[in-house]
Each structure stands twice: as C-alpha cells, then as structure tokens.
Design a binder for this molecule. Structure first.
Ligand code: SF4
Ligand code: SF4
Ligand code: FES
Length: 248
C-alpha cells in the first residue's frame, strides 16, 4: 500500500455559521497525508487547527457529522463535487477534478451549520408511515433476503438528494422511507400492516417516477428498483387486484 503523501488539493467548502447566516465559500489548500486520504480525513485534519484559507484567514472549526468513519452509519453524507456521497468513502486521489474538490451540505434538508443538515424529516416520514411491525413474524428465506438487503439502508439521505420528486415536507417520502417500508412489507403476513400498505401506496408508490437515480447513488448499493417492484406488488397491486376479484 502506498502511504506517501499526495499532491496538494484545493478544497472549496461551502460554509455557514448557523441556519440564519449567509453561506460563503472557503478555499483551503490541503496536502493529503496518503493517497487513501478521504474527505472525512481531510476535514478531521483541518479541524485539528493551524490551517489558513487562501485569503490568509485562520480556518475555524468546520461543522460536519460523522460517527463510524467506515461507510456504515450514513452520518457524513454531503455533496462532493456535485454528487451526494459519504465523506468517509470519498478518496481525495480519486475524486479531485484538476486538483479541485467542492464540498457542500446536502441541499434537500435545512442546513444547521457548515456541512451539517437537519434530517429529522426522514424520521418524521417513517413515523407517519407507521413503519413498524405490529405483531411478531416468521419469515421465509425469500422474505429474509429482501429484508436483509433493505436493512442495510444507512438513512443517509443521498437518494433524496438526487430524487426529482422529493422535497422535505412533501407528500412523497422517497426511498429513505421506501426502503425501510419495503423491509417491513416483505416481512408482513398477507393481511397485516394495512396502515403501512396504505401509507406506502400514498407516499411512495403514487409519487415515484421510477427514474431510479436513487439506485445508482445509494452508497449502500441497495437495489431500490427491486425494493419498489416487490413492495408495489405486495402493498398495491395485490390489494387492487384482490378488490377487483371480490367485485366480480
Ligand atoms: S436507500 Fe441508500 S441512499 Fe437512500 S437513505 Fe438508504 S442508504 Fe442512503
Ligand atoms: S425511482 Fe426516481 S422518483 Fe422514485 S424514489 Fe428513486 S429517484 Fe425518486
Ligand atoms: S462516518 Fe459513518 S458513514 Fe461516514
């Protein structure tokens, strides 16, 4: 493994002191310690202090969220060179464009400071969907496979960032709610979870345009198209088809 320091990169970081203040761009020259340095590592190094921006001003502590630093928790999601992703998974050597890396907060959520956003709307949407099991379930291998895949959702919000149909506070909840709902729908007994299935129909099925930008961006590699197909069948088509059968 090559641990030599890398070539200097120009980090353009969109900052803001708090939710009320105006955003500003701060440019910091950063020399990677190794070619494996990530955006998360660079932010941590800068926050140790002693860095100056291109105007010579001392760089104050950059606010950003993180926990695992292993692409497992989703906390460090931000927009890096225009694309949402995990700061702890974004290697400077692989993502810099002619030596420049632009780092911004996610845009679909209120910014609280610098790169930190308030993602409460994702939890609120899960609560509104009643995304929990009411009874104990026994699942078969096919259900378990989908439930396991869905359980890998990090609740990072990257899928919402690229979804053309999602906005915070809207009726469409996007795949950050659709994936956990898919997990539960896969586990439900056929007649269970009526409220969840109705909520899925209204807040996921009706609003999704099937553009699948969410699939290509998901840092957990979740196949959102497969989740949608299975949940649509179980929560929507079966119900509608069942109703038609009864009316005959
Ligand atoms: S589906 Fe993927 S992109 Fe969306 S919140 Fe879950 S892990 Fe993040
Ligand atoms: S398929 Fe398109 S509209 Fe549906 S959740 Fe994914 S990005 Fe949004
Ligand atoms: S810090 Fe947990 S995913 Fe990046």
């Amino acid at each position: 493994m090559d641990l030599r320091g890398g070539v200097k990169v120009r980090l353009e970081i969109l900052r803001r002191v708090n939710a009320q203040s105006e955003p500003y761009l701060q440019v910091i020259e950063y020399t990677p310690k190794s070619k494996n340095d990530t955006v998360a590592f660079a932010l941590s190094e800068i926050n140790k202090g002693g860095y100056r921006d291109e105007s010579g001003a001392e760089v104050s502590r950059i606010m950003w969220e993180h926990s695992c630093l292993q692409k497992k928790c989703g906390a460090c999601a931000m927009v890096i060179n225009g694309t949402p992703g995990l700061a702890c998974g974004a290697r400077l050597s692989e993502i810099n464009k002619n030596g420049v890396i632009r780092i911004e907060p996610l845009r679909k959520f209120p910014v609280t400071a610098d790169l930190m956003v308030d993602r409460q709307v994702m939890l609120d949407n899960l609560l509104k969907l009643e995304a929990w099991l009411q009874t104990q379930v026994k699942i078969n291998e096919r259900q378990a496979e989908l439930a396991y895949d869905a359980s890998r959702c990090l609740q990072c919000g990257c899928c919402l960032e690229v979804c053309p149909n999602f906005y915070a506070g809207g009726e469409f909840y996007g795949m950050a709610a659709g994936v956990p709902a898919a997990r539960l729908i896969a586990e439900l007994a056929p007649d269970d979870g009526k409220a969840l299935k109705r909520g899925y129909d209204k807040h996921i099925f009706e609003g999704c345009g099937k553009s699948l930008s969410c699939k290509s961006i998901c840092p957990a590699g979740i196949e959102t198209d497969r989740m949608l197909a299975r949940s649509n069948a179980a929560a929507v088509w079966k119900r509608i088809f069942g109703r038609c059968q009864k009316q005959r």
